[in-house]
Design a binder for this molecule. Structure first.
Ligand SMILES: *Cc1c(COP(=O)(O)O)cnc(C)c1O
Length: 482
């Protein structure tokens, strides 16, 4: 994106790329959308992509690749061991992060599996700014526990704090004091903190965390899956970073950490993942698990084509005009929605735009899944698929009672360089219409509720005939438009 001044004074994020491969989309009429979401049990995970107009479910594995990435995939060196492709990837990671050792994996959660197996055992604690679903699952599976130490600002839905992903340093010291440094498996910082709205941490905060870790001899692990967004926010929101290049900020970030792992489904716009390690002893502890769970040490479950695309994607991540596309589109969407009074998480983060369902449909009790109901209503109104991030995504207590989530969010992910500005405008328009008709939206109730990960497979139905009324109002307002 370029910050180009428009004669008309409007602020518009301007694409610095052109689109040369396209995929046709279809927008089914509203009656069919109602049918499809009913078939999917009001669960957007169960919709078929053919029935979705704009897929804003996730940014994972669906970012657009560049022409250079595609070209690199054609010159991949296919060999089980010692492939030249692998060497190119390893060299690129050394160049960017300055860490000597690398272990490849098939995706981000595989890194978490290996880290948890090596560092976590019953009674061990992992302090972190905030958890990610798979991270927490791997740590607890090994008998460890997670301490979330994000600053209080991180959980405020409406805020002007530019770094809501920061860790509270006093809380970190207290947790280490309480458990003893020997019981801390490692400290984990997540860039572009996923579950609280893609919110970044500042480089200054990371430096403080790093100091505390060094003082106590505890390793600092960075989850760099959403690093690209975090780097952009460091550069644009943090004074001492303004004069630094993205490459310099990246190296400064890496220098503060002992281990960096990432999902290449996000970082590098490819697929796969890996762990970069500074210290030989730590590398040797983790290395045996890679051939066991992932694949041989020079591919770790990734295809050579993915590794070539990743190598080029990592280099492209050092380009500010590339990594700013996501945050600038999200910033635009958040600003447009705010102008129309729609409650969203502020400030805008990376990853996607997050609608605050607690305020949007404040008449729906948490026991009727307001964020799930809103995601269903949004699909009916627009053909857009978002993701529920609220009570539905929680699991019941052993006694069957609900755990009500802190936040009820509908996340609209903006995969990087995939959508156009008119598609974003369409999304804003339909969300605004839905907001004006929010009183028509009702709750949901389970028809089939799996015990584990119910948000993936669960089937729900509306508590009344509110969806038919919504369709009728749509026809009234939009005539025979799609
Ligand atoms: C997606 C993600 C992961 C897991 O990566 P996968 O490639 O999906 O396994 C871990 N951490 C964060 C912050 C993520 O966003």
């Amino acid at each position: 994106m370029a910050t180009v001044k428009f004669y008309g004074n409007e602020t518009v994020p301007l694409e610095m790329h052109k689109v040369r491969i396209v995929q046709k989309l279809s927008l089914p009429p509203v009656e069919r959308r109602l049918e499809k979401i009913t078939e999917a049990g009001n669960n957007t995970f169960l919709l078929k992509n053919d029935d979705v107009f704009l897929d804003m479910l996730t940014d994972s594995g669906v970012n657009a690749m560049s022409d250079r990435q595609q070209a690199a995939m054609l010159v991949a060196d296919d060999s089980y061991a010692g492939s030249a492709t692998y060497t190119r990837l390893e060299d690129k990671l050394r160049d960017i992060f300055g860490m000597h050792y690398f272990l490849p994996t098939h995706q981000g959660r595989a890194c978490e599996h290996i880290l948890a197996k090596v560092f976590v055992s019953p009674g061990k604690v992992v302090p972190m700014n905030y958890h990610f679903t798979t991270t927490k699952a791997h740590i607890t599976l090994q008998g460890g526990s997670v301490e979330e130490l994000v600053t209080d600002a991180g959980l405020e839905v409406v805020s002007v704090n530019p770094f809501k992903g920061n860790m509270d340093i006093a809380k970190l010291r207290a947790v280490i004091g309480q458990h003893g440094a020997g019981n801390i498996a490692f400290v984990r910082m997540e860039s572009g903190t996923n579950l609280i709205g893609g919110q970044p941490f500042s480089l200054a905060n990371l430096a403080e965390v790093s100091n505390v870790c060094k003082e106590h001899g505890v390793p600092l692990v960075l989850d760099a899956s959403l690093l690209a967004d975090n780097l952009y926010f460091n550069k644009t929101r943090e004074d001492h970073c303004k004069a630094m290049s993205i490459r310099e900020i990246t190296r400064r970030t890496a220098d503060l950490c002992d281990i960096i792992y990432f999902s290449a489904r996000k970082l590098g716009c490819a697929r796969g993942g890996g762990i970069c390690i500074r210290d030989r002893a730590l590398f040797e502890k983790m290395r045996p698990l890679v051939p066991l769970y992932e694949g041989f040490l020079t591919y770790g479950g990734m295809s050579v084509r993915e590794m070539e695309a990743l190598t080029v994607g990592l280099e492209e991540t050092m380009d500010e005009e590339m990594i700013n596309q996501g945050p600038m589109f999200i910033g635009y969407m958040v600003e447009q929605l705010q102008e129309r009074g729609v409650p969203v998480i502020t400030p805008a983060g990376g990853l996607g735009c997050h609608i605050d369902a607690k305020r949007f449909v404040d008449h729906i009790p948490q026991s009727q899944y307001p964020a799930g109901a809103l995601a269903s209503a949004l699909y009916i109104a627009s053909g857009i698929r978002g993701m529920e991030r609220g009570t539905l995504s929680e699991q019941r207590e052993p006694d069957g009672s609900e755990i009500f989530a802190n936040m009820e969010l509908v996340r609209l992910a903006l995969p990087r360089r995939v959508f156009t500005l008119s598609q974003v405008k369409y999304a804003v328009d339909r969300i605004a219409w839905l907001y004006d008709n929010r009183h028509l939206i009702g709750g949901l109730t389970f028809v089939e509720e799996p015990e584990v990960l119910r948000f993936f497979y669960g089937l729900l139905e509306p508590v009344s005939d509110w969806q038919n009324k919504l369709v009728a109002k749509f026809r009234e307002d939009f005539g025979d438009s799609l």
